[in-house]
Design a binder for this molecule. Structure first.
Ligand code: KG4
Ligand code: ZN
Length: 353
C-alpha cells in the first residue's frame, strides 16, 4: 500500500486583534506575527473633552461605548479580515480609567467567548514602550523606558518586553496633564502640548525662572503640580500679596510657554540620566504623547549622545494612544500569559508586577 504524503500546508498567517480604551482614545488594530500593522484605527475624543481642558472620565466611558463597535469593524475591514481569521485578542486591562478600560475589556471578552480564541491582557505602559521595539525593528531590551503622556509620567527598568519594573513616576500631575493645564492658563487651547510647543518657539526659555520640582531630591519620581502653580502665579498673581502680575502680552505668553516647556524637559532629562546610570542600560525607550515634542526629542538625543545610549522614540502615531502597540500581546501569548474570561481591569499603576 502506498501512502501519499500531503505537502505541509503553510501555516495560515496568524493575526492579533488589539483593543485599546484606557483613556480617551477608542482604538483597534490588526497586527500579524511579523509585527506588520495590517490596520490601526483610532477614534479620538479630543473634541468632547476640549471644553473641560482635560479628560472627563464619565464622558470618556460613554464615548467608548458608542465608538467601540464601529472602530472594531473598521479595523477588521481595513485589514481585509473577519473575526474568524483572528488568532487571539489583546486588550489593555491596566492602567487607566476604570470605566474606559471596562469597555475595551468587555468587547474583547465577547469576541473571545464567541470565537473561542485566547484573551491576552496587555499593560498599557509596556505597550507604549513596545511601540519603540516595533519602530526599531529589532530587540531593544534591556532598556530604560520613559512613558510621558497626559495620564502617565513613569520610568521603567525594562528587562524585556513583558518584564519591567517601575522605577519612578509622578507623585501628582502627569507631564502631559501639566502641558494641558498650563495651556488652559495661557488660553492656548486643548490638548495643550502642541499649542505650548508652537507658542514656545517665539519665546525665551530663560526669561522667567520656574521651579524644577524634585530635581534636587534623590530618587526617580517626578512632580509637575508645583510647576503648574508657579505658572498660575505668573499669570494671575500670588494670592494674598495684592500685587498685580505683568500684563499678559503675546511676548509674555511665549516666554512663559518656553520657560514652562524647558522646566518640564529639564526634569524629564535629569531623571532619565539618573535611571540610565542606575540601571547601566544602554538603550532608552520613550513613548506617550509628550514624546511628540521636538524640543524634548532634541534634549533626549543630546542626553543619549553624552551617555553613549541608543535612543528609540516611536513616530507620533505610535507614540500617542493607539492599539497597534498592543502587538505586545504576541509576547504575552507566547509566554502563556492569557486570561480567563472573568479577568478584571486594574486601573492603578503597580510598583511591581
Ligand atoms: O499618549 P497620549 O495621546 O494620551 C494619553 O494621555 O495617554 O498623550 C496626550 C498628551 C496630552 O497631554 C498632550 O498635551 C500631550 O500628550 N502632547 C504633547 C505634545 N503633543 C501631545 N505634549 C508636549 N508637546 C507636544 N508636542
Ligand atoms: Zn497612553
Amino acid at each position: 500500500m502506498t501512502t501519499t504524503v500531503q505537502p505541509a500546508t503553510a501555516e495560515p498567517d496568524q493575526l492579533l486583534l488589539a483593543i485599546e480604551s484606557s483613556c480617551d482614545e477608542t482604538a483597534a488594530a490588526v497586527i500579524d506575527r511579523s509585527l506588520a500593522i495590517r490596520s490601526n484605527i483610532v477614534a479620538s475624543q479630543v473634541e468632547l473633552h476640549a471644553e473641560f481642558g482635560g479628560v472627563v472620565p464619565e464622558i470618556a466611558s460613554r464615548a467608548h461605548l458608542s465608538n467601540i463597535l464601529p472602530v472594531l469593524e473598521r479595523a477588521l475591514a481595513e485589514a481585509g479580515v473577519t473575526l474568524q481569521d483572528i488568532t487571539a485578542v489583546a486588550v489593555v486591562t491596566q492602567p487607566g480609567l476604570v470605566g474606559s478600560l471596562l469597555v475595551g475589556l468587555t468587547a474583547a471578552k465577547a469576541i473571545c467567548l464567541a470565537h473561542d480564541v485566547p484573551l491576552v491582557p496587555v499593560h498599557h505602559i509596556e505597550a507604549h514602550l513596545y511601540a519603540c521595539r516595533m519602530f526599531a525593528g529589532r530587540d531593544v531590551y534591556p532598556a530604560v523606558g520613559l512613558v510621558v503622556s497626559g495620564g502617565h509620567t513613569s520610568l521603567y527598568d525594562c528587562r524585556g518586553p513583558i518584564d519591567s519594573e517601575l522605577l519612578g513616576s509622578t507623585i501628582d500631575d502627569a507631564a502631559g496633564e501639566a502641558f494641558d493645564k498650563v495651556a488652559q492658563l495661557l488660553e492656548l487651547g486643548y490638548p495643550g502640548g502642541p499649542h505650548i510647543e508652537r507658542t514656545a518657539r517665539a519665546g525665551d526659555a530663560d526669561a522667567i525662572r520656574l521651579p524644577r520640582p524634585l530635581l534636587s531630591e534623590p530618587g526617580l519620581d517626578f512632580s509637575f503640580s508645583g510647576l503648574k502653580t508657579a505658572v498660575r502665579y505668573q499669570v494671575h498673581g500670588v494670592p494674598g500679596t495684592g500685587r498685580t502680575p505683568p500684563e499678559m502680552t503675546d511676548n509674555r505668553t511665549a516666554n512663559l510657554a518656553a520657560s514652562f516647556q524647558a522646566a518640564v524637559i529639564d526634569c524629564l532629562v535629569q531623571r532619565c540620566r539618573r535611571a540610565l546610570n542606575q540601571t547601566g542600560h544602554s538603550q532608552l525607550l520613550v513613548g506617550g504623547g509628550v514624546a511628540a515634542n521636538q524640543s524634548l526629542r532634541i534634549a533626549l538625543a543630546e542626553l543619549c549622545e553624552q551617555e553613549h545610549v541608543d535612543l528609540w522614540v516611536a513616530p507620533p502615531e505610535l507614540c500617542t494612544d493607539n492599539a497597534a502597540m498592543g502587538a505586545l500581546g504576541w509576547e504575552r501569548l507566547d509566554a502563556g500569559h492569557t486570561a480567563d474570561l472573568d479577568v478584571d481591569v486594574t486601573p492603578g499603576l503597580l510598583r511591581r508586577r
